[in-house]
Design a protein around this ligand. Structure first.
Ligand code: SF4
Length: 215
């Protein structure tokens, strides 16, 4: 029998509570020291590991210290500086375009609303929500590949469309858990519910997960 919405919400609460016990220190794994640096790091993280991004940004953020430094940099040089993250030409264009808008339209300050953030060149909902949740303390659900995969396995959605998943999860999970949920799901996706070889036998969510394979 299909779960009622109340049952889904109860299961969601239990999932969060168990994940909190498993990953009490779960946090954003990208290194940054300002809102703009997180924006840049998140743009770089598309199709790239956070570890690789952190290696790149440790030198990058010493060389480019402000939105203006990125905005008025030599495009070819910036592109080379982020080459190791992949899609470097496209990412350099996004970083420069967003930095230019932030410098010229927002006096160097990253805007604090979803509608303004997603209008910045190269900034999608994932990057925008990441910045809103991390830097502005606003309730935001970040949908990355781990969230898409695990939320489908856990039966909290049946779509792979990030925006739809975001809306559905906002109905199911408590608002105060939204930011932490993404971090914990990413940790769980890396440690236990690994793509193509989930370790269901060692998973604290196995009795709550319709996709559990414990036989
Ligand atoms: S029970 Fe298995 S499929 Fe479900 S979340 Fe845990 S590891 Fe992933």
């Amino acid at each position: 029998m299909a779960e009622s919405q109340t049952q889904v919400k109860e299961r969601a609460r239990e999932v969060v509570s168990r994940l909190k016990r498993e990953y009490p220190n779960s946090t954003c794994s990208l290194n940054y020291s300002s809102k703009h640096e997180l924006l840049v790091a998140t743009i770089l993280s598309a199709q790239c590991t956070d570890e690789r991004v952190n290696k790149t940004t440790s030198a990058l953020f010493k060389k480019y210290k402000s939105p203006q430094d990125f905005a008025y940099a030599n495009p070819d040089e910036l592109s080379q500086d982020i080459r190791s993250c992949g899609y470097h030409n496209q990412k350099a264009r996004s970083i420069q375009g967003a930095s230019l808008r932030i410098s010229e339209d927002y006096r160097g300050n990253v805007p604090d609303s979803l509608s303004e953030l997603v209008k910045l060149p190269g900034v999608g909902r994932k990057t925008a929500n990441c910045v809103l949740g991390e830097c502005f303390g606003k309730p935001a659900v970040v949908i990355d590949t781990h969230m898409v995969r695990l939320m489908n396995l856990l039966g909290f959605t049946t779509t792979r469309k990030p925006e739809k998943i975001e809306r559905e999860l906002m109905e199911i999970f408590n608002q105060e858990d939204w930011v932490m949920l993404t971090h914990m799901i990413i940790d769980h996706g890396r440690a236990v519910c690994i793509a193509r070889r989930p370790q269901c036998r060692n998973c604290v969510l196995s009795d709550l997960c319709p996709a559990a394979n414990v036989h």
